[in-house]
Design a protein. Structure first.
Length: 393
């Protein structure tokens, strides 16, 4: 299993450009009468003001020392600008944002590219028709309000300073930003269903029509392959594996998976494991497993919600396992996909959780807020073998 540098190793393409690093930046402190914008008018207004008094290091939030700013007061708006050269050619172009808190509006060359609500989940916009060969400008506006009863804040403090179990806020971008290029016909999404008898079922969605091929490898050795001619819309493929290696606690025996749709190629991986309850027993691969879990807050000294590097992500898992724990409940935060990647490799059990602190469930509008973002989280992280459950607080 190779350690990938792609922000989401579960669905990796080689044709991408990481946009982390220095961006032009500005922010506005919170007013008492703050209201979220309803469309792109606010983004266009801020964009036209050409007001970028600071530089920030993405993907670290304004409150963190790693951002280069370290402002920890209340902020209602943050905005980013980056100019970059793009060679589009005949390819599709997608802008990916790992996570940005809370409502994000994106302009490309001054034109609306998309809006996203939710501070913890990944999203992307196709920007093919908005970019040109040569210099382009990406503008991102994020609006946040931890004092709102309709904004899930997780453990971000609604008071000026940390108190009790609530800590420093995270405003704006806090996970990786990148461009990704695909052919016109491409794989839109896929779900993996492992079978410990030695099978893997792939459900895939496509844009366009092309031959679809799946190849599985274990330790670099081909162990299964399948192909469908002229696939379109969606498809189901089952691979019989020549070798069976089970994923289990402390032993993340992962298979590599290569998906090809016409000229589009996506690398992924999977673990063979089963989960079920038998009375009070929790069974993994039909064996009773006692879960010795820590409560992982997912806060970092310098980056707050964002680890400084891969080593900091991996070290949390290593320390937990060295102390005799076999997993963690990921508390009030949707964790970075790269944390889950290292958990998959280590055979580390995790429970995913939705950061719903702050939501007022007596307000019917909060149900829409809750279901929309939690659905995005489950969809993104569906294929991780390390996730053995989802927890609702």
């Amino acid at each position: 299993m190779n350690i990938s540098s792609y922000p989401n190793p579960q669905s990796e393409r080689t044709d991408f450009e990481l946009l982390n690093g220095e961006w032009d930046f500005g922010y506005k402190k919170r007013r008492r009468a703050f209201k979220f914008s309803n469309g792109f008018e606010k983004a266009k207004e801020v964009y036209k003001s050409n007001n970028y008094p600071y530089k920030i290091k993405v993907p670290f939030c304004i409150e963190s020392s790693l951002s280069g700013i370290c402002y920890t007061g209340f902020v209602e708006q943050v905005w980013y600008r980056k100019k970059l050269d793009i060679k589009k050619g005949e390819r599709r172009v997608f802008l990916h944002i790992g996570a940005a808190d809370y409502i994000t509006s994106v302009l490309v060359n001054g034109e609306p590219a998309g809006r996203h609500r939710g501070g913890y989940t990944s999203f992307s916009f196709e920007i093919t028709d908005l970019v040109k060969d040569g210099e382009n400008e990406i503008f991102i506006l994020c609006e946040d309000d931890v004092k709102s009863s309709l904004v899930p804040r997780g453990k971000q403090s609604e008071k000026l300073k940390s108190h009790g179990c609530d800590y420093t806020r995270t405003t704006g971008i806090w996970q990786s930003v990148w461009l990704e290029y695909t052919p016109k016909e491409y794989i839109k999404d896929f779900k993996l269903y492992p079978d410990i008898s030695g099978k893997i079922t792939v459900l895939a969605d496509f844009e366009g029509k092309a031959d679809f091929t799946c190849k599985a490898y274990y330790d670099g050795k081909p162990v299964g392959e399948g192909m469908l001619k002229d696939a379109a819309g969606n498809a189901v493929m089952q691979l019989e594996l020549d070798e069976t290696h089970l994923w289990e606690p402390g032993r993340g025996r992962l298979y590599d998976l290569e998906l090809t749709f016409g000229e589009d190629k996506v690398r992924s991986y999977f673990g063979l494991r089963s989960l079920r309850l038998d009375g009070m027993k929790f069974l993994i691969n039909e064996k009773s497993v006692f879960q010795r879990l820590v409560l992982d807050q997912g806060f970092y000294k310098k980056g707050i919600y964002t680890a400084e590097n891969d080593e900091e992500l991996k070290r949390d898992i290593e320390l937990s396992m060295e102390l005799g724990f076999n997993g963690a409940r990921l508390h009030q935060k949707v964790f970075d996909p790269r944390f889950l990647y290292f958990a998959d490799i280590a055979g580390y059990l995790v429970w995913g959780e939705y950061p719903n602190w702050g939501l007022d469930y007596s307000d019917a509008k909060s149900v829409d807020v809750f279901l929309a973002e939690w659905g995005e989280a489950v969809n993104r992280d569906f294929n991780h073998p390390s996730i053995i459950g989802w927890y609702i607080l």
